[in-house]
Design a protein around this ligand. Structure first.
Ligand SMILES: [Fe+2]
Ligand SMILES: [Fe+2]
Length: 324
């Protein structure tokens, strides 16, 4: 009986006998020995970077959303408290103006390459937490309530992925010491737990907090760019851009560390806009809003949020201006 099934099946000539290529087996050969140490292959980014115009990136600057509601005051001063403590522990001085920035660069509180790297590695490691926690909680909510998510999960996970790319890039250039590594363990335990619990109760408050945090990220990277522009950190300007970063941000071979920081600052400006906007939306319950960054509305001429840096609103989009 079995012999009738063992006969060879004749396939038509035009049918391939090869298995189709699965998405997660699409691998790239690593290009140099340094990268091969971490594995011979690399998978392409699951969340591809949208790319920005140079003029839009150069236009990014520090912007602050004024506190209006009680939740704004609570989150803003909590964030300020965290930032001041971190600055104090790491000996970072925020310049008041250009003159002060030059004085700092010539004094003992000068930001060396090592100090910059430690700072950004710790900050980026923490920055990757909110998007992943919020995305995970919205995923659970969708499963629990048998409801669609209205497009938030992808944007949140994309943000977390983008922050992790910032971190992985800086890790190619830094070797964090035991103090920084210890801070990350403590920071993750406390911050991730607190963010998780608060997001369950008040998601808008969490997004406002992230919006304020991103304001500070833009401020920090603006200072870093200015240090390079003013010639205060020539050693930073000379840092070669890792291949991993060139691939992710589609940077050319002649790109400099300045270009890289310009892209990273623009990413932070995007996170600032997204999170301040999310904090203005109705995020739960019947009639909850859609994610305005996830879809375009080409039939309406009014400007709306989108993935690129065009029309970036540093203080977020007000709900009344959105087509929801
Ligand atoms: Fe970042
Ligand atoms: Fe960010």
């Amino acid at each position: 009986m079995a012999s009738s099934h063992s006969a060879t099946i004749e396939l038509p000539q035009n049918v391939s006998t090869h298995l189709p290529k699965a998405r997660n087996t699409h691998l790239t050969h690593m290009r140099n020995l340094e990268d091969v140490k971490e594995g011979a292959f690399l998978t392409p980014p699951e969340f591809e970077h949208p790319g920005y115009d140079k003029s839009d990136m150069e236009a990014v600057h520090f912007e602050h959303r004024k506190c209006v509601k009680p939740m704004d005051y609570v989150t803003f001063y909590f964030m300020k408290c965290l930032r001041k403590s971190f600055d104090f522990c790491t000996g970072y001085v925020e310049p008041r103006d250009v003159q002060h920035q030059i004085e700092i660069a010539n004094g003992p509180k000068r930001m060396t390459r090592e100090k910059w790297m430690t700072r950004v590695v710790v900050l980026e490691s923490v920055a990757g937490i909110p998007g992943s926690v919020a995305g995970f909680l919205r995923h659970l909510q969708s499963l629990r309530l048998f409801r669609r998510d209205n497009g938030f999960i992808e944007t949140l996970l994309d943000e977390a992925y983008n922050e992790r790319m910032h971190l992985l890039t800086f890790l190619k250039l830094a070797n964090p010491g035991i103090f920084a590594r210890g801070m990350l363990y403590v920071g993750q335990c406390l911050f991730a737990s607190l963010f998780f619990l608060t997001y369950v109760v008040k998601p808008a408050m969490c997004h406002r907090f992230v919006g304020y945090l991103e304001e500070e990220a833009v401020r920090t990277y603006t200072r870093c760019l200015q240090d390079m522009k003013l010639g205060l950190s020539p050693e930073l300007y000379k840092i070669p851009v890792p291949q991993l970063a060139k691939d992710y941000w589609h940077l050319g071979d002649k790109s400099t560390f300045y270009d890289l920081i310009n892209y990273i600052r623009a990413d932070e400006a995007k996170h600032r806009e997204v999170n301040h906007t999310f904090a203005n939306l109705k995020l739960r319950g019947p009639g909850a809003d859609r994610n305005p960054f996830a879809t375009d509305v080409p039939s309406d001429p009014r400007p709306q949020p989108h993935k690129s840096l065009k029309d970036n609103r540093g203080t977020g989009w007000e709900r009344k201006d959105l087509l929801l």
